[in-house]
Design a protein. Structure first.
Length: 313
């Protein structure tokens, strides 16, 4: 959809355009072959992201769904391109074996909007619990959903929380709520993943709470972070976790068709994006100003102009 220059497109923060500095960084990026781990710009992005998220290691992934396995399912490769989120899918694939079960919210993006990739590609099942209006998961609901160790049941391996929560109105999930679920996972021997990635904006939550992303994700085993949307990069996401997690994530990324060659061109945009996180406070202020203006009562909602015409005969 082409938008006239004098119209501000607010359909979504997914329509952001790379700024001039980002375009310049992409044009001048030093590149290598990231599949072989030799792209210096990708390596710099991964180090920077790992530091910001307080995790030992990180991996750059494309924002597209897994396309290499689609022919095996009898689907054209463009049929899944923008559905499943590769970062989240990889995280589930590392934490779970086929037949295992994932606990997540009934309004979560992974459950509703990622094409059922967890079951379609990984053979894992999803056990939903109710999201509260603020996007959080009640601790009692999560604990009740954990399966007993019984051969009749799948093994519960992973809990996923989303922050910010897209379908709960973009709500920010509190750090205390995440920490409580993290403590439960440690006690019950489960993994915890934060989806801060596809339509979930962890960087926005960090700015809103005035907390570092590292503080927010300290209780989790893995985290995904989107570099596009409000951060402005054209594509790409980060997943972060332990060194062992990233080792297995790298192998799964390759199997899903996510290995890229001279991807430093995109990674350069990601580095600029991570340097722009503080600017999200301006975006939040502008969004609040717009919201207050939209709810304000006005005298008229429609103005009609009638122009009289003169007919010469």
């Amino acid at each position: 959809m082409r938008v006239p220059r004098n119209v501000v497109n607010m359909i979504s923060d997914t329509v952001t355009q790379p700024c001039a500095r980002m375009r310049q960084a992409m044009a001048t990026a030093v590149v290598g072959d990231d599949v072989h781990g030799t792209d210096p710009t990708v390596r710099e992005l991964q180090r920077t992201a790992a530091d910001l998220l307080g995790k030992p290691a990180a991996l750059f992934v494309p924002s597209y769904g897994p396309i290499s396995v689609l022919p095996l399912l009898g689907r054209p490769q463009n049929s899944f391109r923008c559905r499943g989120t590769m970062g989240n899918l990889i995280a589930v694939g590392v934490h779970c074996n086929r037949g295992d079960e994932v606990i997540l919210g009934n309004k979560s993006h992974v459950f509703k909007y990622e094409g059922g990739g967890v079951s379609a590609f990984l053979g894992a099942s999803m056990h939903t619990v109710p999201n509260q209006p603020n996007g959080e998961l009640r601790l009692d609901d999560v604990e009740a959903a954990i399966r007993d160790d019984d051969p009749h049941y799948p093994k519960t391996k992973l809990v996923i929380v989303e922050n910010t929560h897209n379908t709960c109105g973009g709500r920010v999930v509190s750090t205390d709520a995440v920490a409580a679920i993290g403590a439960l996972c440690v006690r019950r021997g489960l993994h915890l993943h934060i989806d801060g990635h596809h339509c979930a904006r962890l960087a926005n939550a960090s700015v809103y709470l005035d907390q570092s992303m590292a503080e927010m994700v300290a209780p989790v085993d893995s985290v995904s972070l989107c570099l596009s949307k409000g951060l402005g990069a054209p594509a790409g996401s980060i997943i972060a976790g332990s060194e062992d997690f990233i080792y297995h994530a790298t192998r799964l990324r390759k199997a899903l068709g996510g290995g890229m060659r001279q991807s430093g061109v995109l990674a350069a945009a990601g580095l600029v994006a991570l340097g722009n996180i503080d600017r999200l406070a301006i975006d939040h202020s502008n969004a609040l100003r717009l919201a207050l203006g939209l709810v304000r009562k006005v005298d008229k909602t429609i103005t009609i102009f009638i122009r009289k015409s003169t007919v010469l005969g």
